[in-house]
Design a protein around this ligand. Structure first.
Ligand SMILES: Cc1cc2nc3c(=O)[nH]c(=O)nc-3n(C[C@H](O)[C@H](O)[C@H](O)COP(=O)(O)OP(=O)(O)OC[C@H]3O[C@@H](n4cnc5c(N)ncnc54)[C@H](O)[C@@H]3O)c2cc1C
Length: 323
């Protein structure tokens, strides 16, 4: 690992001062360090200064019928929160599935949302891939069994954050702070495709941080479903989060978001339209799942993901309807 200076910020003002005028990649915030330190050890990023933001707001509080979550809240504490357990089952399922107890005890909500892609070509020092300034995406002709089935490249990463998927399903927002003050960004507008931002994954500027996740009051019924190769120590192969606003027995409106299928959490408006105005049955959930995956395009080694993503969507819808 390249030597670096270390600043431990005790509040937002100190963090922003230490990050100010940051050129992309030269100064980086670190929360739990679960992702960042691995990237540094593998020389994928080599910041000159690391600014610890793990001591920033770690509170969770009710706000406007919803929940305001400090970005420095540990995933384990999110899981233990009574309001999350009662009102946001899709977020709870996603959080419980993250990594291992050790990772959930160190990893923060903000760090999870901002974690970098897991693509093995991106993560390997050996491959100078498109995302690192190279000329090609090695996944196109290489090992692409865990890569994207949506998004059209030119880089075929999948978005790694399990938590971002339900946050978008709940219509969440991020409070972001930088040298020019703070702003709120719709979580659905926060992540960017490679053809919008090849070297990063979000609209966040180098000198900005996420300080809070703001969740509105949830719909009456919500759930998430993840398909995993193994139960722990790994990311889902496909995931779905569903949030339903009900009018009696029928769905008034729905949000359906998929994870691990595209470079960003992938919303499925076609599935949402199938559900609107109808009572959920197994046949309707299957129809919505088919609609969600209608535009998927498999690479040479990942056509299996289309079926498992369909299963994730169908099971998340049925679980939400039963919730
Ligand atoms: C074996 C294993 C299994 C895993 N399984 C899963 C899984 O199933 N699902 C899943 O979602 N994750 C999974 N993870 C990833 C893990 O959850 C993340 O690495 C962790 O949550 C990152 O949080 P952190 O606080 O340690 O972030 P850090 O490592 O400190 O930071 C991660 C990145 O975000 C930036 N950053 C951190 N906080 C902020 C902020 N507030 N604002 C702006 N930028 C910020 C950092 O600069 C860095 O680039 C797994 C990890 C491992 C090792």
């Amino acid at each position: 690992m390249k030597a670096f200076a270390y600043v431990s910020a005790t509040n937002e003002r100190e963090a922003l001062a230490a990050l100010s005028k940051a050129e992309r990649g030269r100064v980086l915030p670190m929360a739990g360090g679960m992702d960042l330190l691995g990237l540094m050890k593998d020389f994928i990023v080599s910041p000159e200064r690391v600014v610890s933001i793990r001591n920033l707001d770690q509170s969770m509080a009710s706000a406007d019928g919803g929940l305001r979550i400090g970005a420095a809240v540990k995933i384990a504490d999110l899981i233990d929160n009574a309001q999350v357990r009662k009102l946001y089952p899709a977020l709870l399922t996603a959080a419980e599935g993250v990594g291992t107890p050790q990772i959930r005890n160190m990893g923060t909500v903000g760090g999870n949302i901002m974690q970098r892609p897991r693509c093995w070509y991106f993560r390997s020092e050996e491959f100078h891939c498109l995302k690192k300034g190279g000329s090609r995406c090695f996944a196109v002709e290489g090992e692409n069994q865990y890569h994207a089935i949506f998004g059209d490249g030119p880089c075929h990463i999948v978005h790694a954050s399990s938590l971002a998927v339900p946050v978008i399903a709940y219509g969440g927002r991020f409070r972001v702070a930088g040298p020019n003050g703070s702003r709120e960004i719709d979580a659905g507008q926060f992540f960017q495709l490679p053809n919008q931002n090849l070297y990063g994954e979000t609209v966040l500027q180098a000198d900005e941080i996420i300080t809070h996740v703001l969740l509105p009051a949830p719909g009456q019924r919500s759930a998430a479903y993840e398909v995993r190769f193994k139960q722990s120590h790994d990311w889902p192969l496909a995931a779905a989060a569903v949030n339903l606003v009900m009018a009696g027995a029928a769905v008034k409106s729905a949000r359906v978001v998929m994870g691990a299928v595209a470079p960003i959490p992938w919303r499925a408006p076609a599935a949402e339209r199938v559900l609107a105005g109808k009572a959920v049955t197994e046949a309707l959930a299957a129809e919505a799942a088919n609609a969600a995956l209608a535009g998927a395009r498999a690479m040479s080694g990942n056509s299996y993901k289309i079926q498992i993503a369909k299963t994730a969507v169908k099971r998340a819808i049925l679980a939400a309807a039963r919730a």
